[in-house]
Design a protein around this ligand. Structure first.
Ligand SMILES: Nc1ncnc2c1ncn2[C@@H]1O[C@H](COP(=O)(O)OP(=O)(O)OP(=O)(O)O)[C@@H](O)[C@H]1O
Ligand SMILES: [Mg+2]
Length: 583
C-alpha cells in the first residue's frame, strides 16, 4: 500500500507539468478555441469597465441625450459579446475536463487491474473504484484549472489593470501593493490543503467500501440482524468523510472574505484620494468611475484566482497519487519472455517457501514433481496452504525461497502471457460476467469453434441444466451468475476452463457445490477429456481420490504425505488422522 505522505509544492509543480504534457498535445483544437474565448472574455470585460467612462463623461457630464443612445448601443454590444465568449469558454472547459477525466479513469483502471494479486489483499473493490474515479476527476479539474479557468482570470485581470492604469497610474501601483499579502496567504492555505487532500481520497474509499460491503452481503446482514451494525459503520464513514470535506471547504472558503476585506481597504483609501484629486487637480468623474469599475471588476478574477489556486492544490495532490498508482509496475512473478511449448505439463517444486506480508510461513520448504498427465489431489486441513500453493503455480506470488519449474523452465523466466495460457484455473469462488452462459464459456478461448464449445458444455455437464432454460446456452446468468445455482455456476466455470486447452488444470474445490451424481459424471468426463494434461484437484472430498494417481497432503505449509491413494493411508499418519474413518 502506498504510504500517506504529503506532496510538496515541488511535487505539485511536477505533477502539473506532467498533466499538461500528457493531455494538451492531443487536445490542441479545444485549447485553441478555449484561448480564443478567454481573450474574448477578458477584452470585453475590460471594455465594459471602460464604457463607464463614456457613460459618465459623454452622457452625464456633457448632458448629451444623443450620445446616450450611441453609448447604450456600445454597452449592449460589449456585454453581449462578453456573455457569448463566456458561454463558449464554459462549454469548452467542460469538454476539456470530461475528456481528461475519462482518459485518466480508464488509465487508472487499467493499471489497477494489471497490478499483482497482493495489491488487492485487504482492500475492497469499491475502495479501488472510488480512488479511480476521484483521481480521474482531479486530473480533469487540475488541467482545466491551469489551462483555462486560471488563464481566463489572469487575462481578465491584466486587461482590467490596463484600464485602471490608463485612468490613474499612481492608484494602480498602490493597489498592486496588496499582491504579496495575497500571495503569502494563498501559499499558506495551499500547504494546508495539500495535507488533507489525500485523506479525502482514502475516506471516500472507506465510504464506498462500507456501503457496498453491507449491500453485497445483504442476505447475511439480514439473517444475522446486522443492519444496525452496518448502518453504524456506514454512518461513521460518512461522518469522517464529511468532516474532511468540511475541513477542505473551510480553507477554500477563507480565501473569499479575506480578498473582500483587502479590496475594501484599497477602495477606502481610493475614495479619499479621488476626492482630493478631483478637488485639487480637476480630474474628470468619468476617469474615477472607470477606475473604480475596473477595480471592482478586477476584484472578482483576483479572488477567483486565489480560490482556484487553493483548489488546484487539492486536485494536484490527488493527481500526484494517481501518477504514483499509474507508474507502479505490477510485481509479476514471471518477468521473462520465454515461451512455453504446449503439452509441457510437468510441475516441479524445489524447496519452495512462501509467506504473506505478515511474516508467517504459509508454504514451508515444499518439494515435489508432477509429470505431464498426472492427476493429483491436494488435501489438508483448512488453512494448510493449498490455495497458496496453487497461487504460486499460477504465478500470483513469487516464492520467497526455492524454485518452481513448469516443464523444464524456471517459472520466473516464462512470459506472463504464456504462463496464463498454459494453465487453466477453476477457482473456489466462481466468477461469471453478466452475460449469456455461452459467452461466459467462450471467455476460456475466444476463437473456439461451435464443436469445441459443445464438447466443453457436455464434459462439464452444462447441457444438463441449460436445456431446462427456454433460451438454453443463450440464457443470461445475471450479475456474477446470480440467476444460477452454486453448482450450475461451477459447471459453467469448468466448461470455460476446458475450452482453454491448457496443459495444466487446477480445480480449487471446483466441484464442492455439486451433488454426488453430478460430480461423478463430471469427473468421468473430465478424465476422458484431459487424458494427457496434468490435473490438480484441491479438495476436501475423499470421493475424488478414486480419480487420481496421487494424493499430496499439506499441513501448516509442509508436505506430510505424497503417495498413491491406496498407499498414503499407510505412509502418512497425518492423512490417517484427517481421513482415518473413511479408509
Ligand atoms: N492474502 C493473505 N494474506 C495473509 N495471509 C494469508 C492470505 N491468504 C492466506 N493466508 C494465510 O495462509 C495460510 C494458508 O492459507 P490457504 O488459503 O492457502 O489455505 P487453504 O489450505 O487453501 O485453506 P482452505 O481449505 O480453507 O481453502 C493460512 O494460514 C492463511 O491465514
Ligand atoms: Mg483454499
Amino acid at each position: 500500500m502506498e504510504s500517506v505522505n504529503t506532496p510538496t509544492g515541488d511535487d505539485a509543480l511536477k505533477t502539473a507539468k506532467r498533466l499538461i504534457k500528457e493531455t494538451i498535445p492531443n487536445r490542441k483544437k479545444i485549447i485553441t478555441a478555449s484561448i480564443l474565448c478567454m481573450v474574448g472574455v477578458s477584452v470585453f470585460t475590460a471594455a465594459l469597465a471602460y464604457t463607464t467612462k463614456l457613460i459618465v463623461n459623454d452622457v452625464f457630464v456633457a448632458k448629451d441625450a444623443g450620445a446616450a443612445i450611441e453609448v447604450a448601443i456600445i454597452v449592449i454590444f460589449v456585454s453581449f459579446s462578453k456573455s457569448l465568449f463566456h458561454y463558449g469558454n464554459a462549454v469548452l472547459q467542460t469538454v476539456l475536463n470530461r475528456s481528461i477525466s475519462s482518459f485518466y479513469q480508464k488509465e487508472a483502471f487499467q493499471k489497477t487491474l494489471r497490478r499483482e494479486i497482493s495489491f488487492f489483499n485487504g482492500k475492497h473493490a469499491s475502495d479501488h473504484m472510488a480512488q479511480i474515479r476521484l483521481y480521474g476527476m482531479a486530473a480533469g479539474q487540475a488541467v482545466t484549472a491551469v489551462c483555462s479557468r486560471f488563464l481566463t482570470e489572469v487575462l481578465t485581470l491584466v486587461a482590467l489593470f490596463v484600464v485602471m492604469f490608463l485612468q490613474d497610474a499612481l492608484m494602480t501601483l498602490y493597489s498592486i501593493v496588496i499582491i504579496p499579502i495575497i500571495f503569502g496567504l494563498v501559499s499558506f492555505l495551499s500547504r494546508k490543503i495539500r495535507k488533507v487532500a489525500k485523506e479525502e481520497t482514502d475516506l471516500s474509499g472507506h465510504y464506498f467500501a462500507a456501503g457496498s460491503e453491507a449491500l453485497a452481503g445483504v442476505r447475511t446482514v439480514k439473517s444475522y440482524n446486522l443492519e444496525r451494525k452496518s448502518i453504524e459503520k456506514f454512518n461513521s464513514s460518512v461522518d469522517a468523510l464529511e468532516d474532511r470535506i468540511f475541513g477542505i471547504s473551510k480553507v477554500t472558503a477563507a480565501t473569499h472574505p479575506i480578498m473582500e476585506f483587502l479590496g475594501g481597504l484599497v477602495l477606502g483609501v481610493f475614495v479619499i484620494y479621488a476626492a482630493w484629486q478631483t478637488i485639487t487637480y480637476g480630474k474628470t468623474p468619468g476617469e474615477f468611475t472607470a477606475f473604480i469599475t475596473a477595480f471592482l471588476l478586477a476584484y472578482q478574477p483576483a479572488s477567483k484566482i486565489s480560490k482556484l489556486w487553493v483548489e488546484l492544490q487539492k486536485s494536484l495532490t490527488q493527481s500526484f497519487f494517481m501518477f504514483r498508482l499509474i507508474d507502479t509496475k505490477p510485481q509479476s512473478v514471471s518477468y521473462g519472455n520465454k515461451s512455453l511449448q504446449s503439452g509441457n505439463g510437468s510441475v516441479t517444486f524445489s524447496d519452495v517457501s512462501f509467506g504473506y506480508e505478515n511474516d508467517e510461513v504459509s508454504i514451508d520448504k515444499v518439494s515435489f514433481n508432477l509429470q505431464p498427465g498426472d492427476k493429483v489431489a491436494i488435501v489438508g486441513k483448512s488453512g494448510a496452504g493449498k490455495s497458496t500453493l496453487v497461487d504460486l503455480i499460477l504465478g500470483f506470488y513469487s516464492p520467497t525461497d526455492g524454485m518452481i519449474e513448469i516443464g523444464t523452465m524456471d517459472i520466473s523466466s516464462i512470459s506472463p502471457m504464456d504462463l496464463k495460457n498454459h494453465i487453466a484455473f477453476i477457482s473456489q469462488d466462481v466468477f461469471l460476467f453478466d452475460d449469456t452462459i455461452e459467452e461466459n464459456i467462450k471467455d476460456g478461448f475466444a476463437g473456439a469453434s461451435q464443436e469445441e464449445i459443445i464438447a466443453a458444455v457436455k464434459s462439464a455437464q452444462v447441457d444438463g441444466f441449460a436445456e431446462d432454460f427456454p433460451l438454453g446456452l443463450q440464457t443470461r446468468v445475471g450479475a456474477n451468475g446470480s440467476n444460477l445455482s452454486g453448482g450450475q455456476k461451477q459447471r459453467v466455470a469448468i466448461a470455460r476452463g476446458l475450452l482453454k486447452k491448457a496443459s495444466i488444470y487446477i480445480f480449487d474445490e471446483a466441484t464442492s457445490a455439486l451433488d454426488v451424481e453430478n460430480e461423478r459424471e463430471i469427473m468421468t468426463a473430465l478424465l476422458k477429456t484431459l487424458k494427457n494434461e496434468t490435473v490438480i484437484f484441491v479438495t476436501h472430498r475423499p470421493a475424488l481420490f478414486e480419480y487420481v494417481d496421487k494424493v499430496l497432503m499439506l499441513e501448516k505449509g509442509r508436505i506430510v504425505g505424497f503417495d498413491r491413494p491406496s498407499k498414503i493411508y499407510k505412509t502418512s499418519t497425518e492423512f490417517r488422522e484427517l481421513f482415518g474413518v473413511l479408509q
